[in-house]
Design a protein around this ligand. Sequence first.
Ligand code: XUL
Length: 515
Amino acid sequence: MENLFLGIDSSTQSCKIICIDSDEGTIVFQDSVNYDRDLPEFGTKDGAIPSREPGVSEADPRMWIRALELLFDRLINIKFPLNLIKAISVSGQQHGLVCMDSQGNLTRKTSKLWNDVSTKEECEILTEAVGGKQAMIKKIANSQRPGYTASKILNFYHHEPEAAAKTKIFFLVHNYLNWFLTGGIARMEPGDVSGMALSFPGSHQWSEKVCSAIAPDFTTKLPPVRKSDLSIGPISGNLVQRYGFSSTCRIDAGSGDNMYGAIGTGNVRPGIVTISLGTSGTAYIILDEPYVDPLGEIALFCDSTGKFMPLLCVSNMANGYNDLLRIHKLDHDKFDQLLKKTSPGNDGKFIFPWFVGERTPDLPKAKPIFWGFGLEDFQLQTMCRAVLEGHILNLFDGYRRLPVNSREIRLTGGLSNSDSWCQTIADIFDCETVPVKGEGAALGAALHAAWVYFKENNNQDRLDELVDGFVILDKGRRKKPVNAGAYQNLKKVYSEASRRLRQGSGDIDPFLQVL
Ligand code: XUL
């Protein structure tokens, strides 16, 4: 156990850690803390504080630190040799905003998360300031969406000007945890920074137009952005004292959860597609050069290895499915049994699964829509298939814009454990799917920590070797498309109906009515 590396994934609903032994090629420890269950004092549901205000999704950043402390306590209790950990890397949910004063106090008690869609107005203001959507895409390779960080910051300046004035540092989630782990180092890196929508990914320059539309002094509050493949400093003396880490343990740059999901699923070179089925649904590829979607529906981010990462994100994925299970007291097996009573394509019935508004298509205030249902169709089995297929049709509709033609899709995230999900994705995408074993982003973080450590200490670039040694495809659960024909027309119907719903020709926008 000479070379241990710790990966931490601070995600929407939980904090997971994985410790790898790079010499043995083994995972030596993994554990997780679920915020709702294990930290009830923070009062979250699905990782966010329930809010009456439409579209608001926020959490107390101290909860993420508390989760980490709880996991370190558990390691101490089992006498884990924390002193042998050579480096730690943090994966964080993307886009979440943490605001801090010069003393390290939060100037905003809660952080607006990636799935907060309350900042549509601010997106419009920023877009107008730059000269419209096309001009914005030209400047930063992305359109402004409420999920991204820029509009969250403008919203803070608008609604809490005094607190914004007191703020000295604007952070993303993983930067905040790095700040805690190092005892005060404030650094950013290109992967997560590209999700702020403040710069052209990879350009190393804040967009003057976007930033000045937020506040004149705003860029002085953004920490320096350094390369993703560097460590940022040693672990803090305080954590060495409390937990027995070695004082030489390094904290590496860290990144967003999708960037680390890519590493944890072996997606480190062009030609591979990953779909992550978590609270959000994402599909991404890695490219050597930037890809800019003229409609701004596919985001352009940097990855955490110096390349580019075009990414589709839908905000509705596990939510509709999990709520259906909860409300009807179903488990995955019972759901699958019910599904067997229906046939693929559900005779044309599906749900536009826009339960919490939607990022792609860009409908932050949308509501779900039942399509094709007659009065006799509201039976549980029909609903089950309509929810499952609705989620996947929605994902596919955005996926078609990714510049890729893949023969195999790698699946990660909680729902990749369900064979119904894996098979239905294979059928709707008309492409083989294979789940990747383990926790993608946390494993990616541990592998990144090891990669950076060996680069900095032994001058070795072992990324491919580490990925090949640790990323295991669950080949026994590979699914070939067997019902692709059932979805050919349905996909066209979904796409065209979605387009018409959004076209809008009347004087009210049905997606903006709060009834
Ligand atoms: C991606 C996105 C989500 C979060 C989830 O742009 O917003 O996938 O990263 O943690």
